[in-house]
Design a protein around this ligand. Structure first.
Ligand code: GDP
Ligand code: MG
Length: 203
């Protein structure tokens, strides 16, 4: 049976969400900025450690807040599927502090709105535009420690422009998501061995 995993990609406008997804799926990058106006769903299949997964990647257009209720989600087309995603990628631009503040707000709202009802959902914070690193607003180590230790989220930096760490970030998130799902199914031992091999293939 092929497992389907839905991943919502959220972040402030212009941080590179669409670029990351398109680089991951199509090996494609555009310098021109075309704002994403409506929600877009990508459905790649990937193989991680010999297992196939169907991903449902939601490219979420700018939203002012995480939908607080199911009805709010259904009233706003941009948010469809966001509340029930299996995992989140929260993208910010390492040169733009406001985009980091946005990610912080969304992360907090995910915690408030979801954790009361469901088990802990994997959240990966992604610092994009690593190629512009001289203009970054905070040292990598400081952000990484804050996100990992205080927020208890995963952290990866990438450059969608140069396809640097793009596959890695999906691999990282999938690894955490699968490990948590598997742990619930009591088959963690088999997966731990598989994760060490650390393989991920986009089909
Ligand atoms: P979105 O609004 O978050 O979906 O952002 P886009 O993916 O549309 O990208 C916004 C702009 O940032 C575009 O002009 C991209 O070419 C540019 N961009 C995206 N990723 C990178 C990156 O890693 N480095 C640099 N230098 N520019 C990027
Ligand atoms: Mg976009």
């Amino acid at each position: 049976m092929v497992e389907t995993l839905s991943i919502a990609v959220i972040g402030a406008p212009g941080v590179g969400k669409t670029s990351i997804i398109r680089q991951f799926i199509y090996n494609d990058f555009s310098e021109a900025y075309t704002p994403t106006r409506s929600r877009y769903v990508y459905r790649p299949s990937v193989i991680l450690n010999g297992n196939m997964y169907e991903l449902k990647i939601l490219d979420v257009p700018p939203i002012s807040s995480f939908p607080a209720s199911a009805s709010q989600e259904w009233l706003d087309l941009r948010c469809r599927g966001v509340r029930n995603a299996n995992a989140y990628i929260l993208v910010y631009d390492i040169c733009c502090v406001e985009s980091f503040e946005y990610v912080k707000m969304i992360k907090q709202q995910i915690v408030e709105n979801r954790y009361a009802h469901t088990s802990e959902v994997p959240i990966l914070v992604v610092g994009n535009k690593r190629d512009l690193q001289r203009q970054r607003f905070m040292p990598r180590r400081a952000v990484s420690v804050l996100v990992k230790k205080t927020w208890k989220c995963g952290y990866v930096e990438c450059s969608a422009k140069f396809n640097w760490h793009v596959v890695l970030l999906f691999k990282e998130l999938l690894g955490i998501a699968v490990a948590r799902g598997m742990r619930q199914n009591h088959t963690s031992i088999r997966l731990q061995g598989a994760l060490q091999r650390n393989r991920c293939t986009v089909m």
